[in-house]
Design a protein around this ligand. Structure first.
Ligand code: ZN
Length: 158
């Protein structure tokens, strides 16, 4: 990667870190999860609201490094308003990029600002930071779908 591209990517990450999108916990939501990345000390509490098969809202509160927080901000931009299936495939695409050790060419059409994390993929310790919010989203979305399919029971088991 060129030094120019590298600094552009760092700028995108810093921008999301300073001005996170969709941050704050909101109602309504079907599932709330808390994920931590102990190796770095990153934490995220994340809520998902799914309506009619669409990711209607993702809200979160996060503490930790710039990569974990910026990545969560980028993720909300990419999945909110998308059908769950499409959002899951974007998740897959980001996962593939982050697990590619820097050898995967990111698709900007799909990942938009997410391509900024392609440089992070070379650093295994930071990959966990970049994936924290995404994993929390997938977990919460799975729980949202489960809760909707058994909503007639109205259980509140923890
Ligand atoms: Zn981190």
């Amino acid at each position: 990667m060129s030094a120019e591209l590298d600094s552009l990517y760092q700028e995108i990450i810093l921008d999301h870190y300073k001005n996170p999108h969709h941050k704050g916990l909101r109602d309504p939501f079907e599932a709330e999860v808390h994920h931590v990345n102990p190796t770095c000390g990153d934490e995220v509490t994340l809520r998902v609201h799914v309506a009619d098969g669409v990711v209607a809202d993702v809200s979160y509160d996060a503490v930790g490094c710039s990569i974990s927080q910026a990545s969560t901000s980028v993720m909300t931009d990419l999945v909110i308003g998308k059908p769950v299936e499409e959002a899951m495939s974007i998740h897959e695409e980001f996962l593939t990029l982050m697990q590619g050790k820097g050898n995967v060419e990111p698709d900007e059409e799909v990942l938009e600002d997410g391509i900024a994390f392609s440089g992070v993929a070379k650093f295994p310790a930071r990959v966990k930071c970049a994936l924290l919010g995404w994993m929390a989203w997938k977990d919460a979305t799975g729980q949202s779908l489960d809760s909707q399919s058994i909503s007639s029971q109205g259980g509140t088991d923890d």
